[in-house]
Design a protein around this ligand. Structure first.
Ligand code: PMV
Length: 312
């Protein structure tokens, strides 16, 4: 082919962040409204990248894009076309560095685009391995949850060291995601928990186990359209996350504002210590009121993902 495309979308951790580093399960949900399109076009010469944050030759990409550069070089080698002349355009509505897996989504869309260009079938497992090439360079995420979940377009159940398991979701509800504006630092947050575990092993382990139990309970409610039960699980998870030291006053503000405005539940998502929170609301709730409350409480940016199951 002369031109091919690959798509992917954002994901968000519903439950289980941090506990997943200690072998408890986590649940990640796709955010299909925040997506990415990669277009590869063969050209006569050059290897050109056209992204919002970088336009230029592949070989001159700076360190921040090292994962992408190496991924593309590995793909070209795999297809035995290391000098293929192409342009690769990345169009994305996924916010960067907000715990929505934008780098893993980029990797997935690039891999899909090249496999399409070379008209080669690609299994989910292969896709995940390829995405990991980029993620291990860009993130070094302790659990590997981002690369594992990005290859799936459905909710996944993830345990460290295992393949992610697609799980059933029958949920009519809306997720409202709000950014504190404080740069979340996943690496720092992970080390906060590690220290807590050393200083106060019994108490900290209890919180991590409780977080795992909440993921296990949530799985059932997710499959049974029980947003009213899922919400309180999220809020309880937030209490445990706060207790292990990964929340932040700005996160707590937004979480309280969402709950007061009628959300069924709310918690931080991803690494914490800043970053983003998410609230769950009934589709018939006053979503605008929750958004207004979050704005008033200082949310820097807000994204809304509505889930609606078609019933036949
Ligand atoms: O901030 P994110 O979306 O990269 O998620 C981090 C999740 C943690 O559990 C805190 C760390 C990990 O590697 O799983």
């Amino acid at each position: 082919l002369k031109i091919a495309t690959g798509k992917s979308h954002a994901k968000i951790i519903l439950l289980g962040e941090h506990a997943v580093v200690y072998n408890e399960p986590a649940i990640a949900l796709p955010l299909p409204d925040l997506n990415m399109l990669v277009t590869v076009t063969k050209r006569d010469f050059g290897q050109i990248i056209l992204a919002e944050n970088y336009q230029g030759p592949l070989s001159e990409m700076t360190e921040a894009f090292e994962g992408i550069r190496q991924l593309i070089n590995r793909l070209l080698k795999f297809f035995k076309m290391p000098n293929l002349a192409f342009s690769l355009k990345i169009q994305s509505t996924i916010p960067l560095e907000r715990g929505m897996g934008s780098s893993a989504a980029t990797a997935v869309a690039i891999v899909r685009a090249f496999f399409a260009l070379f008209e080669t079938p690609l299994s989910n497992l292969e896709l995940q391995r390829w995405a990991n090439v980029e993620e291990s360079i860009t993130h070094g995420s302790p659990s590997g949850i981002d690369a594992a979940t990005a290859a799936h377009d459905v909710p996944v159940w993830f345990m460290k060291g295992n393949l992610p398991e697609p799980i059933a979701m029958d949920l009519d509800a809306t997720l409202i995601i709000a950014d504190t504006g404080v740069h979340g630092q996943t690496g720092l947050a992970v080390s906060v928990v590690r220290e807590q575990l050393q200083n106060d092993p019994i108490e900290t382990q209890n919180h991590l186990t409780a977080l795992g139990d909440l993921s296990r309970a949530a799985r059932n409610f997710l499959a049974k359209n029980s947003a009213d039960k899922l919400g309180p699980i999220m809020t309880t998870a937030q209490e445990h996350l706060d207790a292990i030291g990964v929340s932040h006053p700005y996160l707590n503000n937004l979480i309280n504002a969402a709950l007061e405005a009628g959300a069924l539940g709310a918690k931080l998502t991803g690494g914490g210590v800043g970053g983003a929170m998410l609230a769950l609301a009934d589709n018939h709730a006053d979503i605008e009121a929750i958004i207004a409350a979050l704005e008033k409480a200082g949310a820097r940016e807000i994204w809304v993902q509505k889930y609606q199951v078609k019933r036949g």
